[in-house]
Write a protein that binds this ligand. Sequence first.
Ligand SMILES: *Cc1c(COP(=O)(O)O)cnc(C)c1O
Length: 365
Amino acid sequence: MIPISRVKVDEATEVLVLDVLRSGQLAQGPMVARFEALCAEMAGTKHAVAVNNGTTALELALQALGVGPGDEVITTPFTFAATINAIVHSGASVRFADVTADYTIDPAGIEAAITPRTKAIMPVHLYGLPSDMKSISAIAERHRLLIIEDAAQSHGATIDGVPVGGYGLACFSFYATKNLSTGEGGAVTTNDDSLAARMRVLRNQGMKARYEYEMPGHNYRMMDLVAALAISQFAQREAMEQRRRGNAERLSKGLSDIAALDLPFEPEGRRSVWHQYTVSLRPEAGMSRDEFVAALHAKDVGAGVYYPKAAYDYDCYRHHPLVQVEPCPMSEAFASSVVSLPVHQHLTDDEVDIIVAVTREVLGC
Ligand SMILES: *Cc1c(COP(=O)(O)O)cnc(C)c1O
């Protein structure tokens, strides 16, 4: 099976992790500080605050901005449940705007969903592709709304050469299968000094100095042991991205003439880091998405489905008092038609060619 993601730990990382083990400093310390400096550098921001996962990064950002009961946050239903869970747990209501053909949130849909209670917009840079942040920032400015980027899948993705992560607060995940990973991990980036300071306090029980509590906080801290896992990946980031981009181009070249597939694309100025290479199956295929995936699996191509339903299409959200269900036809159509093919940096050219050949065979092209 050619897997959809592959986790490899290099020798430099083994050495660094062993150093941390032997240092006796396992909890948050100097290695987390190093990790934060590298995150801020990647996002082009003044600050990065490390936390224990991407979901707590979203929760921390919402709390630092004072988003809570009575507020509304606009996001897309074509995302991972964590986006929705973080908003619901803040006490704010979730409102949805649909996505466009590039799978990211539609700025026009955001405008349509704004009410007097709207406090923030949470665009999701899905599959590694930045959302249309130029339009979204203009809307946020016009309506005085906060921006929290869900950048869990888009480490280092750029818009006109500028990395995502600096439009307000931005939340990254370092879960095992993300482009950069520590197994579990997260970070919030920002250029705002006071928000960064507030998040550092909130992440550590609300303590400013030892046993001096400024506010009721949390324990969202990352371990030094965990931070050490990512350090060497930052140095290899460009090579990893190039490799993913090359694989994406090779897949597109091999699949471009197939009428039954819509291929992923990068709108003008927005560069993906190819967390996923996601095609959409058209009716011309003459089979369902699930049949297509099963046929790929039967021939050892580890295709994935992200995500099989619009976020509001689960009972626990559909009937939740804080979730406003607004039909989003594009999101629903994608939920039943998308398939992600392996694109990660550990694939060989031969494996990419096999993915193309198997996909063509399954579709009878
Ligand atoms: C992975 C992910 C998250 C949550 O990150 P965790 O580290 O798994 O908590 C949030 N949003 C999106 C879009 C993700 O892909």
